[in-house]
Ligand binder design. Sequence first.
Ligand SMILES: Cc1ncc(COP(=O)(O)O)c(C=O)c1O
Length: 417
Amino acid sequence: MTKKITFQSTNHGKLPIDHNGFYGQFGGCFVPERLKPNLIELEEAFYNALADHTFISQYIRLLKEYSGRPTPLYRAENLSRLYGTNIYLKREDLNHTGAHKINNAIGMALLAKRMGKKRIIAETGAGQHGVATATVCALTGLDCTVYMGATDVERQRSNVERMTMLGAEVVSVISGNGTLQDAVEAAMTEWMNRKDDTFYMIGSAVGPHPFPEIVARFQSVISKEICDQIYPLTGKQAPDYVIACVGDESNASGAFYHYLDNQNVKLIAVEAAGQVIESGKHALSICTGKETILHGARTLSITDSQGNVTEPYSISAGLDYPGVGPLIAYLASEKRIQCLWATDNEAVEAAFLLARTEGIIPAMESSHALAALSKMNFMSDDIVRCLSIGTWGQRSGYFSLLQPQTRHHYCQIKFFD
Ligand SMILES: Cc1ncc(COP(=O)(O)O)c(C=O)c1O
């Protein structure tokens, strides 16, 4: 007789999630049976940790003392003047390691230690999650292997250097386009093969339940802080708009989290349109995507006419992913979020505009959210909370940085083979 496996999902916070990990028709857990016990173990450990005051205190202490939170909510005066409204930037770039990814990595490292795991694996696109993972592993004494698509290893080489210096092994994945999708598949396959001692520190709100929920909850510190910061700065209880770029959705789900049930706050998700106009190449999973199973969850992904997931394209490694997390897919289907897009060229223009008006160089991912500012009609008294800025890596020839030699391991892996 087989034991029926059920997820507990007892503590949902603000997320509209059911007992099987579904947000409406999106999400769930579409993995081989042998992986399910691990996901159940992870879910139980996560909810127990959330209920444990010591765990939460440790998490908050590290966010504060190690990462430097709360990050400022900065009024971008020059940009506000340019767009005739009130633009505030949530400065996630001022976190330790330069992006929001550390919020999740700290929480997950504490969870892994609590579960007695000794080894961490992670995937990375832009390298920001890889650097955050390598950083917390160094801090907590965990072994660390990061899977990164070969294309991303080249275009984000400075982050490969950082991971290596922090003691992580970087595995360059040469399957597919050598981008984030391929890195996720490689990491998931490795987790299937070594699930007993290994913790999969996923960097985005994608994958089978409970990963999307864990990531969204650890990233929700972003909107929690905005809630605390906005009134003293503006005299308003909430912003009129929250705008975030959407790759796999971790910064977006974190920035939207505390506003999900406040209909007065318009939530704007900006996707990467790549070179859609020139050559049809893009990463528009919400705007053009179809319902598919991707990396263990039902979500929206870009597909061909047969419904097969196709290779995405974006100048930005962090947005170069064929799908979106299930929470954002659900919010889009419910029309709770509005979806806009920005092309490579628009994102680059927006990056230069921010650099030259505010003296802040944004990540190429965040630049997509900035590009959306020119596509909207704001009122002069609107409060616009725009994105999580992150640090600019080495991107596609726009910047030419030094490229010291690194050693990589090469592998070719298929997902759930
Ligand atoms: C600064 C920054 N923003 C956004 C993203 C996209 O990822 P996500 O949608 O999970 O936030 C990345 C990915 O590396 C990033 O580095």
